[in-house]
Design a protein around this ligand. Structure first.
Ligand SMILES: Nc1ncnc2c1ncn2[C@@H]1O[C@H](COP(=O)(O)OP(=O)(O)OP(=O)(O)O)[C@@H](O)[C@H]1O
Length: 234
């Protein structure tokens, strides 16, 4: 499989504080990578490094494609919930990278926004103010927005945080469908379910480190401890 992202011996940190070191991982086309680990282990910092918003202190991060074409769904806490915009405007704003100096969105951008609203089943909400939607609806809108940027890779930082279990399952199903259609998924999560049910590979950051296939993770001591701590029972 075509390798899209390779991280070699990466150390992440801020000023004089090292957050995580010796991270080795790779992402291939079609993968569903779950990034797991304790609070403060450096998961969101790695996400920022992948998005070119944060420079690793050392190590090598290589991309075999244009990384500006990664679709990103930020953590809910980082998003302004009171956007005065309509659903359509929020989704269309995902096409901002394709503007390339133009002031207005093109016909293709608008078509893409409608296609992604359709895919996320939110077309009927098109004119509604984003701020008045439920948490689950807002996540679908933001996923449609991320899809406007995503050519190959979708990067999701705790996509179901704060959602009820039914809405979470629906969102996971949608993400599975996207993956089955060929979209590569990278997901930071505290939830064990997508790691068990959907992931192909796992990157575990924290006191213990693991990168590899899901089955190897869950039979490793790091994976077994994670399952135990997350209270998961077969
Ligand atoms: N902008 C910043 N400046 C300085 N330190 C930061 C900054 N952002 C994060 N940190 C610190 O880096 C460490 C790792 O944070 P990060 O958000 O990457 O962890 P995480 O694994 O995503 O945690 P969580 O699961 O709680 O979201 C934490 O100790 C945090 O306080």
């Amino acid at each position: 499989m075509n390798t899209l992202i390779t991280g070699k011996n990466i150390t992440l940190g801020y000023e004089d504080q090292i957050v995580a070191r010796n991270i080795d991982f790779s992402v291939s086309e079609g993968d569903y990578l779950c990034i797991l680990g304790d609070n403060g282990a450096g998961k969101s910092t790695l996400v920022k490094a992948i998005l070119n918003l944060h420079e690793p202190l050392s190590g090598e991060l290589k991309f075999s494609f244009d990384r500006s074409k990664i679709g990103y769904l930020p953590q809910r806490s980082q998003i302004q919930r009171d956007f005065p915009s309509s659903v359509y405007e929020v989704v269309l704003s995902g096409c901002v990278n394709s503007l390339k100096g133009r002031f207005f969105y093109s016909k293709e951008d608008k078509k893409r926004a409608y296609e992604n609203m359709d895919k996320m089943d939110i077309k009927r909400l098109e004119k509604q103010p984003f701020a008045l939607l439920s948490g689950g609806q807002q996540q679908r809108v933001l996923l449609a927005r991320a899809l406007c940027a995503a050519k190959k890779v979708l990067l999701l930082d705790e996509p179901v945080a704060g959602l009820d279990s039914h809405t979470s399952s629906e969102l996971y199903k949608t993400i599975d469908d996207l993956n089955n259609d060929g979209m590569t998924i990278i997901m930071v999560t505290h939830d064990v379910h997508p790691a068990i049910n959907s992931a192909s590979t796992i990157l575990h950051l924290g006191k213990a480190f693991f990168f590899g296939a899901k089955d190897d993770y869950f039979s490793s001591s790091v994976g077994k401890r994670y399952l135990e701590e997350s209270g998961h029972h077969d």
